[in-house]
Design a protein around this ligand. Structure first.
Ligand code: FES
Ligand code: MG
Length: 573
């Protein structure tokens, strides 16, 4: 047996005779038609996350071809393999419910199969975090390529973007301003092609923070899915995957505590999705790093929102790409970043920034002196209603509502919300606080993006556009409003949110970082004694059982406890 330099020899203990195992392995891989010469070089695994259900990943086959070209030009052998794919709209009950399944699939298949490095292809909201979580746990040299954002659509002369404008048009439809027939026509224009949602939703957020973390080659986050530049970036990623295999540059060398601080700062500066905080927490947890919310708020206070993208601003990802992508953002906040962090480029973040094209005049990335929003996009809240935390995307909220007290109007579940929110009999006024519960990680289950509680029809019809809305759910990064999310502990496990009753006073003070239930502790104690956990049907088997047994709260990234890095835990080989 030749002394192969490749990952063909990884994990050969299964027959107790390593040479026999390699012999067998070679016999079966040769059945794919590879020559000895092809196998006698570094193997780069490529995750194939294509699915006929996932338009956000529609260009994955093209990306794989470009990545393979890059791998082969650099002297490696590319081998693609399938990984679970998921699209936001086709992941019942929620994509968050399935994110950890995809992370487990990625982790185990990267570990199981012979490869020296791996190219991760993600794009749609949960796929990038799932792949990074899995790759972090294996800690094999890894590099990510995203599918890239969609181009904008157009409807009767108006530019459209998924899915901020989906919500806007649906709200107009609810208010009677857009007909049923028009909604049919608009549904053909909102997501006009391959790629991820082109506003600052979770997909764009995770692409940009992955580049800031150092896991993506510079300049890759904002290139549109259909651009030739996207394929060139993929080719370069393939070539670099061969190099990181030789350098043994591992995710744990790149995703350090300092790199996560950089990523959190970029999350604030781009006005990123609140989901980004959950996902970064989960990825960090795979490396034994815990993200501190006080630090996150301090970073936010120092870092204004600079990127003028919907839903906080006006532009789309294609405009950010034309403005230079992430580079102008990094340049503007460079003094606040740890530029010594290594990236998959093999250089430091500071060197990557210096290598980026010189800036040119543009109006998408603002300066520190002239931001979109003073103070970061996201604020973590505390208070007696959220002892373990809650978040608000303050940059997408109504400024006048950021300090507000009102009467609670409580919905006990998603079903209750659906049944009553539009009832003409609903006792609700514009100053009330809409409360949704049992929509957290365990409650729904799967922490749906239901935090964007619709304005009750009878108020919407009178022109009410925003109200304070609070829940233990998540919200799409493409949504907007004065909305408190991720309240923890969630109601389904007996968090204080479970004890709120109609008519209670709730006060929100974002500047002070507090969400409070203004009810006497003795009254709450009485309610707590009577509280019973809600039943989740079908929880005695399968992945749902695993999920319900293991899922952690938002402040721990909603990961499974046994997947986080524990001292003495499993490592590669
Ligand atoms: Fe895939 Fe929006 S649905 S990124
Ligand atoms: Mg989304």
């Amino acid at each position: 047996m030749t002394d192969s330099p490749s990952g063909m020899k990884k994990g050969l203990a299964n027959y107790g005779d390593a040479d026999f195992s390699l012999f067998l392995r070679k016999a079966f891989i040769k059945a794919m038609g590879y020559s000895d010469s092809a196998l006698d070089r570094p193997i780069v695994g490529i995750t194939n996350t294509y699915s006929g259900y996932n338009a956000c990943h529609r260009n994955v086959p093209d990306l794989i071809e470009a990545i393979k070209r890059g791998v082969m030009l650099a002297g490696g052998l590319p081998i693609e393999f399938p990984i679970v794919s998921m699209h936001e709209s086709f992941s019942h009950p929620t994509s968050m419910f399935l994110r950890n399944l995809m992370a487990m699939d990625a982790e185990e298949m990267i570990r199981a199969q012979p490869m020296d490095s791996v190219v991760l292809i993600g794009g749609c909201d949960k796929t990038v975090p799932a792949l990074l979580m899995g790759a972090a746990s294996v800690d094999l040299p890894a590099i990510i390529e995203v599918t890239g954002p969609m181009m904008t659509g157009s409807y009767r002369g108006e530019k459209l973007g998924a899915c901020t404008d989906c919500r806007r048009f649906w709200a107009m439809h609810r208010a009677g301003e857009v007909s049923e027939a028009e909604t049919e026509e608009i549904s053909g224009k909102l997501a006009p092609g391959a790629g991820t949602c082109m506003v600052m939703g979770t997909a764009s957020t995770m692409a940009l923070v992955s580049e800031a973390l150092g896991m993506m080659l510079p300049g890759g986050a904002a290139i549109p899915a259909v651009a030739a530049d996207r394929l060139r970036h993929a080719e370069a990623t393939g070539a670099r995957a061969v190099a990181i295999a030789a350098e043994k540059l591992r995710p744990s060398d790149i995703m350090t505590e300092a790199a996560f601080a950089n990523a959190l700062r970029v999350l604030q500066a781009i006005g990123g999705s609140t989901n980004g905080l959950i996902h970064l927490t989960a990825i960090a947890g795979r490396l034994g790093i815990s993200l501190d919310f006080a630090t996150f708020n301090r970073i936010g206070a120092e870092t204004p929102v600079l990127v003028d993208l919907k839903p906080s601003g006006q532009h789309y990802m294609e405009d950010l790409e034309k403005a230079g992508g992430l580079a102008p953002v990094l340049r503007e906040i460079e003094a606040l970043l740890d530029t010594g962090c290594r990236t998959v480029s093999g250089k430091t973040l500071g060197e990557d920034i210096a290598d980026a094209p010189a800036p040119w005049p543009q109006d998408v990335v603002r300066t520190m002196a002239d931001p979109i929003h003073q103070g970061g996009g996201i604020r973590v809240l505390g208070g007696n209603l959220a002892p373990k935390g809650a978040v608000i995307k303050q940059a997408a909220a109504t400024p006048a509502l950021l300090k507000h007290a009102g009467r609670a109007v409580v919905f006990d579940s998603l079903q209750d919300l659906a049944e009553r929110i539009d009832s003409p009999d609903l006792d609700v006024g514009p100053d009330d606080v809409l409360v949704l519960r049992n929509a957290g990680p365990k409650g729904a289950p799967g922490m749906p993006e239901a935090g964007y509680i619709p304005i009750p029809k009878k108020l919407a019809a009178t022109g009410v556009k925003d109200m304070v809305r609070i829940s233990d759910a998540r919200m799409s990064g493409t949504a907007f409003g004065t909305i408190v999310l991720h309240i923890s502990p969630e109601a389904a496990i007996g968090g204080p949110l479970a004890l709120v009753e109609n008519g209670d006073q709730i006060s929100l003070d974002v500047a002070a970082g507090r969400i409070e239930l203004l009810v006497r502790e003795s009254t709450l104690a009485e309610r707590r004694a009577k509280w019973r956990p809600p039943e989740v049907p079908g929880s005695n088997r399968g992945y749902l059982k695993l999920y319900l047994d293991q899922v952690l709260q938002a402040e721990d990234g909603c990961d499974f406890d046994f997947l986080r890095k524990h001292p003495g835990g499993r490592t590669i080989d």
